[in-house]
Design a protein around this ligand. Sequence first.
Ligand code: EZ4
Ligand code: CO
Length: 419
Amino acid sequence: MSPTPSPEVTANGSARDREIIAARVIVTCPGRNFVTLKIETRSGISGIGDATLNGRELAVAAYLQEHVVPNLIGRDAGRIEDIWQFLYRGAYWRRGPVTMTAIAAVDMALWDILGKLAGMPVYQLLGGRSREGALVYCHANGRDISETTEQVGAYIEQGFLAVRAQCGVPGVKKAYGISTAGKPYEPAESELPAETVWSTPKYLEIVPQLFERLRADHGTGVELLHDAHHRLTPIEAARLARSLEPYRMFWLEDATPAENQKSFEIIRQHSVTPLAVGEVFNSIWDCKHLIENQLIDYIRTTIVHGGGITHLRRLADFAALHQVRTGFHGATDLSPVCMGAALHFDTWVPNFGIQEYMFHSDEANEVFPHDYYFREGRLHCGESAGHGVTIDEKLAARYPYAPKQLPIARLEDGSMWDW
Ligand code: EZ4
Ligand code: CO
């Protein structure tokens, strides 16, 4: 992709040029569902934002189409802060994943437009480059320890400096994060939720064995991460965190559900394994106690589910006061639009930690052409104006929406548990 700004950047950016004249929602399914908001201005410059909420896509699409788009027409696209405040305070109800994802989509699109008007990449608008690239981690997810260690080795060969490792749990059908043989991992695979079974004792048996093997096979030069995916009670999480200490984890993610933020105090009392949380958070209020009491080390709330660049910037600055760094969620259910915006943020944010990177399918990459790229363990945002991701609407129209939901988990006795 060319590093020079696109020709549409020649507009002078007056309030009249910036007037929002149209906005619409595009739903497409190139391998998986994505919702995208496109905002057009009088100047002819447009911007896009990701609005994908896995398994609940049409709720955000309707929220945008019915309740947000009519409010945008006629507004000045340059008033990013005011539009954010209008959508947040003006909705009265505040927060929640559907509202905050909708606000994020608008916000991302407006930063994209502002960048194009200014002829600058978004990271430059935020305050400029703090680093040369964003350290990323990818996923090794073998059916057993041998398969996972093989995958970790293959990723190290490809230049990855950090890898999240999960493995199948003997006696547990469909453990979190493990792909069906030969297929890339994609949890939302059926129209109604797949039923999975969970056993904490079996899981706690295997995980320390996995990381013992990974350190034996790959040494200490690679960063290793693990996601407990909200399955453990606080004291079980503390036990896992402590048992992983010899393997020097980069982090343990979602060790216990975090609705009650004080739960993390129990983990902290027992372990020095770094903790990451926040992919299901949607505002600063979900992590205020966690951050100001330094109960976590990385905050994972991302642009698309956390109210956009405008809110995440506020959250990141607050986190910086407490030496908490960013580690944005980056699963395949966040579209390349979100990844583009996140990489501009990662390039700027002073307290950057790491960025998750699951690979989008070829079809998704074709629907969303982008200028970010991977090199030597890091993702680099491009230099084109805006966030550097566009949508091929003709191609998008060839992939109609296909309803899919995330799995659920039950204990062996049938009780509902957290997936
Ligand atoms: O399960 O994004 O760290 N990554 C994750 C993800 C989530 C999915 C849910 O839609 O936990 O794989
Ligand atoms: Co996770």
